[in-house]
Design a protein around this ligand. Structure first.
Ligand code: G
Ligand code: G
Ligand code: MN
Ligand code: NA
Length: 254
């Protein structure tokens, strides 16, 4: 079976699942939000990495179907956590380029928020730098519409694309996620340290916040904290995990 066909069938069969990875505040040690990350449990292929199937889905309208599923599942989960007494878990959802520029996106998100009684402060969108910069004028329009309904947007994999600084200034983005290639060994690699410092300065000047991705070691954490980067995500704190495990993780903090 072609991967594309298998993915189409996976949607119908309910083989997708969301995992959630905590984002942690280094000052308080508390989880401030989670990133939703899709997993495909295929009976035929086993666990398939999204790094493998998302690019295939992006070549067709499959990415939209998968993307809608991810948004609805995230909202459903926010409601389920709320009902379980775990209010205020903010979920960041990855949205692909094709879905981002879809005219129906903002209305779809509004509808889901109403249906599941999700507040704008409980949902966030992650766009890669290349998605934002592919069509900056359309991106600005769409970002403004998202801002109107109160949804914050962060830019993922920052530093790996070609951000035009003049556009970055005009884009209503709330957060820069520093790509993990710059976080790796930042305490020993002076080039990475310089890049991280430059991104922190840029974020400060543009009044954006920062999340460092892929933090794995104590040394990386110490360097980031000293440099003024307070929000972190990475295996050092937690791997992406299923919703019930995340609930336990959150309860442990109380
Ligand atoms: O979770 P993992 O590191 O295996 O993810 C690999 C890649 O797949 C990452 O680049 C991540 O952004 C992407 N990815 C994971 N979940 C989603 C999703 O729900 N939607 C989209 N568009 N990309 C995702
Ligand atoms: O591209 P994006 O930032 O959405 O990718 C997120 C992916 O990064 C997830 O699939 C997650 O599994 C992975 N990830 C999260 N933390 C770490 C980490 O500390 N080290 C590595 N190598 N990967 C990580
Ligand atoms: Mn992401
Ligand atoms: Na990233």
């Amino acid at each position: 079976l072609k991967l594309e066909e298998a993915l189409r069938r996976a949607l119908v069969r309910g083989e997708f699942q969301l995992f959630y990875q905590p984002q942690v505040d280094l000052h308080t040690g508390l989880t401030t939000g989670v990133e939703a990350l899709i997993r495909w449990n295929s009976p035929e292929r086993g666990q398939v990495s999204p790094a493998l199937f998302i690019p295939v889905a992006e070549e067709s309208n499959l990415i939209s179907m998968i993307g809608w599923w991810v948004l609805e599942e995230s909202c459903r989960q926010i409601a389920a956590w709320r009902e379980a007494g775990l209010a205020g878990i903010k979920v960041a959802v990855n949205v692909s380029g094709r879905q981002f520029l879809n005219h129906a996106l903002v209305e779809c998100i509004s509808d889901l928020m109403a249906q599941y009684r999700v507040l704008p402060s409980q949902l966030e969108i992650e766009l890669t730098e290349s998605t934002v910069m592919a069509e900056p004028e359309r991106a600005i329009e769409q970002l403004n519409r998202l801002r109107e309904i109160g949804i914050q947007v962060s830019v993922d994999d920052f530093g790996t694309g070609y951000s035009s600084l003049s556009y970055l200034k005009r884009l209503p983005l709330s957060t820069i996620k520093v790509d993990r290639s710059f976080v790796r060994d930042v305490n020993n690699q002076s080039d990475n340290a310089a890049i991280v410092s430059a991104i922190l300065g840029l974020a400060d000047a543009l009044d954006m916040s920062i999340v460092a991705e892929g933090v794995e070691t104590e040394g990386e954490e110490r360097h980031l904290k000293d440099a003024g980067c307070i929000k972190v995500q990475g295996f050092r704190y937690a791997k992406p995990m299923p919703a019930d495990q995340l609930a336990q993780w959150m309860r442990r903090e109380k």
